[in-house]
Design a protein around this ligand. Sequence first.
Ligand code: HEM
Length: 425
Amino acid sequence: MPRHEPVALEDVDLSDLDGFANLRGFSQLDTLRAEDPVHWNPEPEPNSGFWAVTRYDDIWTVDRDPETFTSEQFVNMEEVAPEDRDVRRSLLETDGPRHAALRRLIQREFTPRTLLKNYEGFLRELTRKTISEAFDKASGGTTIDFVEEISADFPINVLARLLDVPAEDTPQLIAWGNEFVGNTDPDFARVMMGSEESEQYRNLPFRSPTVLDVWDYGNALRKEREGGDGTDLISILANRMPDDGIPMSQQDFNMYFTLLVIAGNETTRHAISNAMLGLIEQPDQMKRLKDDPSLIPGAIEELLRWASPVYHFRRTATKDTVLAGKEIKAGDKVVMWFASGNRDDSMFDNPYSIDVTRPNVDHMTFGKGSPHLCLGNNLARMEIRLMFEELLPQLADIAVDGEIKRVRSNFVNGIKAFPVSITPA
Ligand code: HEM
């Protein structure tokens, strides 16, 4: 990764989205890990500031202690007013037994065994199709956009299969996903987060009016499948009783469905794009994988560490506590910078280098130790493995061929334009 020049501690401001341009976010995180690992970062009104936790061990301490560091007061930087919380709450912002029951509802669908049995064949075919169509477009030396042609649509096509929605609906799912997570990037957002207009949508997830369309869509499918014996995720949500005996409410369904549409879309896309870019920038590592594709499954954890598609998730302190010598007060926002933990050299030697044979890569890309650990982590791992298993052997060469553009965000480490030229093997 070409590193941004160092940033002085007094210039660090993780709330400034433009401060993340050109990987400057990583340089800020380097400074914090070295000089002030649990750092108070003020924020502009109406927010009240947050603790930035940047070292691996401290992040782990926070993530595995949901009683002290709750998700119930929401997990992004936005401060959702107490009266708006319940109508916006999903699995992600629910703790305790209800969280566990809601999670168990579909957890079995995401175990490696189930995924392998139900989806690997389909996914491999989808990967091949995606790659073959991209290679057709790239023939004769034509520059293609790696995001548009390879990484963007693949994860949502996978999700469309898990939800069993018609293939022709996937462009709509993709557009919705982009709008939600890109709500701080003017290229994607229908209503920019923090804008005056967004106030009227403050009781909707991501403050996005788009969510109403998503709910209409999900509910139509739910009604169709109620009482049926489908095994897709919508049928399960429509028909299976959570094991705490409390039925799914309309809101539970809306929020679960929205979370599924959002969670695996952008994240996996950016994981694939960042990993590919990393291998282009560190060609010795690309060569190792191409020379010996049997290394690819073992390299996935390192690529996930390196890619770090999610910069952070937030918690809120439920009581006064001390972390790395800093006095945290009840109600303070505490933000775990997973991308920073993944660059912590007390955990990973030469953290900015990809080493495709690095052993035991215990990264924090999906969280670490939390009951909220990414539910789709095995699916994401499988998607990325299949993509690189299918793609790398087909490449004689791939080179960046234009300007890389990144998403304006301190939440996703995203690439939105990635022009490449491809020489097939
Ligand atoms: C490389 C891709 C992905 C990354 C980096 C990622 C990252 C994360 C992280 C860091 C969390 C924890 C949030 C927290 O602690 O508050 C999370 C939660 C979650 N992820 Fe993923 N994710 C990815 C792919 C997926 C996929 C493919 C799905 C499935 C469709 C998915 C579904 C979820 C769900 C449902 C949760 C909430 C779990 C809970 O609250 O119990 N994710 N993800």
